[in-house]
Design a binder for this molecule. Structure first.
Ligand code: GLY
Length: 412
């Protein structure tokens, strides 16, 4: 099977890496990719539909949300190409927070109370707080959300989103530890992957602004034993069924971002694609060859797929960000002297560019390191051991990924 992956981050590097290890996958292509992936995929740049046709691929896997919301999966299907990723109609579950709230309300799924505020309207901040959750009701890659106890900061974010011409979504704050559960979904069929936890704030101790994610670990030792099944039964399956009933069935990866509160799981948000950086940790433990799994979803055969097999133990990923991220990013520092063309064990490249035979930082989140181990402590030690061998002037990362779980500080 020949596969084309669309995207350029560490998530796509992880997808390419695991696809390249699947014996049924003969070729892995990626577009636009990055020069840190060349050991596992052929990097292209061009229109995805034309590329898929020219390369004669059997399957396209779309990584990021923007092309999905813009209808890339529909275009590929119309061109007769099998694709892992939802239609534009189904991708609204991420593209429009208001659409997602409406589906959840009709499916009876627990989520935050929300009000949409259009540009020009006054935001009813009095009806929310003392912790305000202010979202850009559009695509912002996780960076359009401000969670704050400072009313002035909430007001400023409302003004900024409105100034950009977008509606704001005000939400009640959901208390409790966060869980990311990724599910393969093919119409009404739902197969969960391992539960993971992201660390969205830039600073240790969950301080500073939200980012695209600074690290993640899987599975979650503190989650109740029936936690994954409850999320499937109470959240993902009802939403998948509702979307079938509404005539926009979901096909691909449905990502439930949840808070586990006193009543169990409540939805913070849905995404229509693999999450970054959780995917990098989750796929590190998947024993079932990835190509066959994604192809089963793309060809409507998920219900026939044998149960997924997983390695025992834990996986952890830590993100190395460039100086200044997320506010303003300094590029150009040398990351590896080893350069493109080979993989560095336990390293997935994201914001890197080739400079001769070196890789240099070209974007906010530069790379991920991955550690696995029989215990979460061991996975942490491995990941941070790799991180200590990487140098990037001014680069920064969080030292406390999974620390709360290891120290038993997370309770539900
Ligand atoms: N883990 C956050 C995201 O993928 O949006």
């Amino acid at each position: 099977m020949r596969v084309l992956v669309i995207g350029s981050g560490a998530r796509e590097h992880a997808l390419c890496h695991h696809l390249s290890e699947d014996p049924s996958v003969t070729e892995v292509h990626v577009s636009p990719g990055n020069p840190g992936m060349t050991a596992v995929a052929t990097v292209h740049d061009g229109d995805p539909v034309a590329l898929a046709r020219d390369l004669g691929v059997d399957l396209v896997v779309v990584g990021p949300e923007v092309p999905l919301v813009d209808g890339l999966a529909d275009d590929l299907r119309e061109a007769g190409v099998r694709v892992f990723g939802p239609s534009a109609a189904a991708a609204r579950i991420e593209g429009s927070k208001a659409f997602a709230k409406d589906v959840m309300a009709r499916a009876g799924v627990r989520t935050a109370r929300a009000e949409q505020v259009l540009p020009g309207e006054d935001a009813p901040l009095d009806r929310f707080g003392p912790t305000w959750v202010v979202k850009d009701d559009g695509l912002a890659g996780g960076k359009g959300v401000v969670v704050t106890t400072d009313r002035a900061e909430a007001e400023a974010h409302v003004a900024a989103v409105h100034a950009a011409g977008n509606p704001v979504l005000l939400e009640s704050f959901l208390d409790g530890p966060e869980v990311s559960l990724f599910c393969l979904v093919d119409g009404g069929t739902v197969v969960p992957l391992l539960p993971a936890q992201d660390h969205k704030r830039v600073g240790e101790g969950d301080t500073g602004p939200n980012t695209g994610g600074m690290g993640a670990y899987t599975p979650l030792p503190w989650l109740p034993e029936d936690g994954v099944q409850r999320i499937v039964d109470e959240v993902v399956a009802p939403v998948a069924r509702q979307m079938v009933e509404d005539g926009c069935p979901f096909s691909g990866l449905l990502y439930a971002g949840l808070a586990w509160g006193a009543e169990g799981p409540s939805v913070v948000e849905f995404n229509c694609r693999f999450g970054d950086p959780e995917t990098q940790a989750v796929l590190a433990l998947l024993r079932t060859p990835l190509g066959g799994v994604l192809d089963a979803v793309a060809s409507g055969r998920l219900a026939e797929l044998p149960p997924l097999e997983w390695e025992d133990g834990y996986a952890l990923t830590v993100v190395l960000a460039a100086e200044g991220y997320p506010a303003s990013t300094v590029t150009g520092g040398v990351v590896f002297g080893g350069g493109p063309g080979r993989e560095h064990d336990g390293v997935l490249a994201a914001g890197v560019a080739a400079d001769g035979d070196r890789l240099v930082a070209s974007g906010g989140r530069v790379l991920n390191v991955i550690g696995t181990g029989a215990t979460l402590e061991e996975a942490r030690e491995r990941a941070y051991g790799i991180m200590d061998s990487v140098t990037l002037p001014g680069g920064h990362f969080r030292r406390d990924i999974a620390a709360g779980a290891v120290e038993g500080r997370i309770h539900v």
